[in-house]
Design a protein. Structure first.
Length: 144
């Protein structure tokens, strides 16, 4: 086990927690809350879960993903120019673009959650789909 294996472990673990958290909230917690709680109670639980998940994202997920991602890219010799080159660079570039889009959509979801619930739900679904897309793109990255 090398230092770089540990960095990759933290990167993958943080991503798994974030995507897994989105899936758990969307597929387990919110459907259960909708079925068991009255309208305002359900909305309050959803807001609080979203707020806490947003804090987790800002305090843990983003710093870990960005710092470990930059470290791994530096270690592999990735440059801005290589992000458009075929192979590893282009796949990583696509992953980064999708990551940026997902973070932006998640931010819009957070903003819209108390103002425009239907729009917020659409943004949550888009963020979840994009997050799964990031995982799929990441699996295409060559290991060397």
């Amino acid at each position: 086990m090398t230092w770089w294996s540990a960095i990759r472990f933290f990167h993958v673990t943080a991503a798994a927690l974030w995507v897994g958290g989105q899936l758990t909230i969307s597929l387990v917690l919110l459907p259960l809350a909708r079925r068991m709680l009255a309208g305002e109670q359900c909305a309050q639980v959803a807001r609080e879960v979203g707020r806490r998940f947003g804090i987790f994202t800002g305090a843990v997920f983003l710093p870990v993903q960005i710092s470990t991602g930059v470290a791994m890219a530096w270690h592999k010799g990735v440059t801005w120019a290589s992000l458009v080159q075929p192979g590893y660079g282009r796949i990583l570039g696509a992953k980064l673009l999708l990551f940026g889009a997902v973070i932006a959509v998640a931010g819009v979801h957070g903003w819209a959650s108390s103002r425009h619930p239907s729009f917020a739900r659409a943004m949550a679904i888009a963020s979840l789909i994009g997050s799964v897309g990031i995982v799929l793109v990441a699996t295409a990255l060559p290991s060397t």
